[in-house]
Design a protein around this ligand. Structure first.
Ligand code: NAP
Ligand code: MG
Length: 417
């Protein structure tokens, strides 16, 4: 988003009132350190914030046997809009580091599975940071299917090897069985799934997003190799498009384009951007980080999960910025970029404003985003951006000084000194 589209900055005399609570989902490490500071400096002075708080910090997930993650997902189903901080997905090292009961599942995976839907990640573009890919002049939005595939898999390690099979016992008791291979050495096996209903919602979410933004939609899989699994994705997209969207796309002057995943990667590098790239779950995980980094920084990417039932979860696309957190614990200053975290808040507040008809809240979210863009474009930024900006930064700020600078500018814009 180069610059938000609002035209009039509201002059505030009192705090903006909310009617429905936001589901606030806290996380871990450096982003947990920044979260309350973002609220204190940029939101609480202006908004009478109503939130229902869920602590998804790793220790609380461990204490509640991950029930808190399920509760948070249910709260989003109840209230409609959530804002989520980055969380640790524990691996073996984390289990040791935090003395956990077990390697809890990815909280994002759990929430996405509960809400279904598609994650849209859009680079936050500023004039003084040029994408690494020279032809990219407009944002590339990555639409990531947020259900199934490797994120909800079953895996087996077979020490002795043997006959490796997949089996499906359908509702009528019919058993479908296929042999993958027979081997006589240690082997690994993985079973993944998706549902046609979820793929259909994914297709609709992407086509709706394209129409809303008036941008082309590109989709790719590896259907030449995966003749049942990936081909079904291709067919569902083509069916949904033909039956529900082809006339609407023609009227909007945009198009839907299907190709193979390797072909789309090559084409993307030569495109000028300004399109939606619909990705299967794993492709979206990998490609959104590549797109974010090529546009400048993981911290300059907004992310929202849109569920087919009308639930929205806003988050930062990056992780807990672990390396910065260890510096912070040693008492050192960090220059961690909070832009994506702030966009999670502005996105959630804007959506709450839209759903509840609170125009001041929408205008506030626009002004907050505009303040960030202006601040960075005037040369005030964190270290990650200073490394890549042109002309050079006027001032490289640490984590809290950047938030102070934004707070000062925001108050000025909103006529609060
Ligand atoms: P990460 O936290 O995104 O950080 C990777 C690197 O990217 C950082 O070390 C930093 O580079 C740079 N970076 C990311 N965000 C930044 C920011 N806001 N400001 C400045 N630099 C930033 O990924 P990770 O280190 O692979 O993962 C850490 C933890 O986060 C893991 O436990 C993982 O499970 C979790 N994670 C959570 C989510 C989520 O909840 N959405 C997503 C991904 C990962 P430099 O160190 O070079 O400065
Ligand atoms: Mg990822």
């Amino acid at each position: 988003m180069a610059s938000p589209t609002h035209t009039k900055t509201p002059i505030m005399t009192q705090k903006i009132q909310m009617t429905t609570p936001l589901v606030e989902i806290d996380g871990d490490e450096m982003t947990r350190v920044l979260w309350p500071i973002v609220k204190e400096k940029l939101i609480l002075p202006f908004v009478d914030l109503k939130c229902e708080y869920y602590d998804l910090g790793i220790m609380e997930r461990d204490r509640t046997d991950d029930q808190v993650t399920v509760d948070a997902a249910n709260a989003i189903k109840k209230h409609g809009v959530g804002v989520k901080n980055a969380t640790i997905t524990p691996n073996a090292d984390r289990v040791k580091e935090y003395g956990l009961k077990k390697q809890w599942k990815s909280p994002n995976g759990t929430i996405r599975a509960a809400l279904d839907g598609t994650v849209f990640r859009k680079p936050i573009m500023v004039r003084n940071i040029r994408p690494a890919v020279r032809s990219w002049v407009k944002p590339i939005v990555v639409g990531r299917h947020a259900y199934g595939d490797v994120y909800k898999n079953a895996e087996i390690y077979s020490e002795a090897g043997g006959k490796l099979e997949i089996v499906a016992t359908d509702k009528n008791g019919t058993v479908l069985r296929k042999t993958i291979i027979e081997v006589d050495e240690p082997a690994i096996l993985q079973g993944v799934h998706n549902t046609v209903g979820s793929i259909r919602s994914f297709a609709r979410a992407c086509f709706e997003y394209s129409l809303d933004q008036k941008i082309d939609c590109w989709f790719a899989t590896k259907d030449t190799i995966s003749k049942i699994y990936d081909q079904r994705f291709k067919n569902v997209f083509e069916e949904v498009f033909a039956q529900e969207y082809s006339a609407k796309f023609a009227a909007a002057g945009i198009s839907f384009f299907y190709t193979l995943i390797d072909d789309v990667v090559a084409r993307m590098m030569k495109s000028e951007g300004g399109l939606l790239w619909a990705c299967k779950n794993y492709d979206g995980d990998v490609m959104s980080d590549m797109v974010a980094s090529a546009f400048g920084s993981l911290a300059m990417m907004s992310s929202v999960l849109v569920s087919p039932n009308g639930y929205f979860e806003y988050e930062a696309a990056h992780g807990t910025v672990q390396r910065h957190y260890y510096k912070h614990l040693k008492g050192e200053k960090t220059s961690t970029n909070s832009v994506a975290l702030i966009y999670a808040w502005s996105g959630a507040l804007r959506k709450r404003g839209e759903l509840d008809g609170i125009l001041e809240l929408i205008a506030f979210a626009d002004t907050l985003e505009e303040t960030i863009i202006e601040c960075i474009e005037s040369g005030y930024m964190t270290g990650d951006l200073a490394l890549i900006c042109d002309p050079p930064a006027v001032k490289v700020l640490n984590s809290t000084d950047f938030l102070d600078e934004l707070g000062r500018r925001l108050a000025q814009k909103l006529n609060r000194h």
